[in-house]
Design a protein around this ligand. Sequence first.
Ligand SMILES: Cc1cc2nc3c(=O)[nH]c(=O)nc-3n(C[C@H](O)[C@H](O)[C@H](O)COP(=O)(O)O)c2cc1C
Length: 173
Amino acid sequence: MPSDVWALAATAQLPEDQQTPQQRAAVALATQLADELIAADAAVIAVPLYNFGISQHVKTWIDLLIASPQLRPGGEGAPLAGRAISFVIARGGGYGPGTPREGWDHATPYLRRIFADVFQADVEIVECELTLADVNPAMAELRDTAAALRVQANERAAETGRALAQRVGVGAA
Ligand SMILES: Cc1cc2nc3c(=O)[nH]c(=O)nc-3n(C[C@H](O)[C@H](O)[C@H](O)COP(=O)(O)O)c2cc1C
């Protein structure tokens, strides 16, 4: 996605015949991305924690959804209200209560804010942390904890997947 596409979509507030071709193309892309999500029975979105937040790609996708005519705040209706949207979030480090980096994960609260509060979707979060313990020598003493968290995360992912399949009417074993 070109880095200027969001700015073009967000500033395309003029009637279509007064927009530049670039603005029209950016609005078309925002519309297409919103259509994709609105048409989905459910969505499962994998998001890694990068630099204590989300990557620019995920941010641009969200910004385009917000700039789209269908999902723009203040627009008509709430096309994603009640939609099942699950995030699978991987974090290399640890951010649990009492750890030195408690509160440094700015991705998870942001995703909840946008998808649960702004879009009113039914959001589930499956998270796994300490994913770098096996490859980062400085985290060697956390490997057993990381393994246990991975087992928990896999179980929760399976549970969430089964519930989602049942909800959208797909047979799940
Ligand atoms: C560019 C980059 C930045 C990262 N920043 C963080 C970070 O701020 N905090 C963290 O806990 N892990 C960080 N990680 C580690 C990833 O969150 C971790 O590897 C996660 O498992 C990524 O999923 P992936 O392996 O599917 O990409 C970073 C990884 C990369 C490549």
